[in-house]
Design a protein around this ligand. Sequence first.
Ligand SMILES: NC(=O)c1ccc[n+]([C@@H]2O[C@H](COP(=O)([O-])OP(=O)(O)OC[C@H]3O[C@@H](n4cnc5c(N)ncnc54)[C@H](OP(=O)(O)O)[C@@H]3O)[C@@H](O)[C@H]2O)c1
Length: 145
Amino acid sequence: MSKNAVVIGASSGVGFALTQALLERSLAVGACSRHLEPLQILQERFSEERCVLRRMDVMELDEASHTLEALIRQLGDVHLIILNAGVGHLNSHLNWKLEEEIIRTNARMAAWTCRFPIGDLSSAFSAFDQRHKSGELRGTEIKAG
Ligand SMILES: NC(=O)c1ccc[n+]([C@@H]2O[C@H](COP(=O)([O-])OP(=O)(O)OC[C@H]3O[C@@H](n4cnc5c(N)ncnc54)[C@H](OP(=O)(O)O)[C@@H]3O)[C@@H](O)[C@H]2O)c1
């Protein structure tokens, strides 16, 4: 059976590399981030069916949850969700605006992560979780950062 994954924060760095590595291992990948242009090279290489692109801003969690839920339904069984979206700045002068952006984005991702194990039925993770309970898939979640 073919396997499917979702990478959130897929447009650069670790997320882009993981998306490419999963595609090279024959998974279908739902790749999400605010910028999709960098991912088009992967879509051209692996096809629109295997590399499904979705614009997502994790600062808009309700909308992001709906997008994720729809993506999970489109892909079918999802075996791996990588929560990688985040920002990081070198901030040796402790500029508060930079620090605040890091806290707001990265803490938001961590909080979203917490919805999954406790099974918040209103969140997109419930779609993933319900399948998990029915034994149709196994889920793994990674938060880098
Ligand atoms: N590299 C390091 O040394 C280091 C150290 C500690 C932790 N981390 C964490 O590890 C992860 C990957 O690091 P990296 O170096 O690969 O970072 P990166 O190249 O900056 O990639 C971050 C990814 O997160 C996405 N992202 C950022 N804000 C987003 C938002 N509001 N909504 C949706 N997606 C968003 C970006 O896509 P868009 O901009 O297109 O949305 C991008 O795809 C990040 O979470 C980072 O905070 C990295």
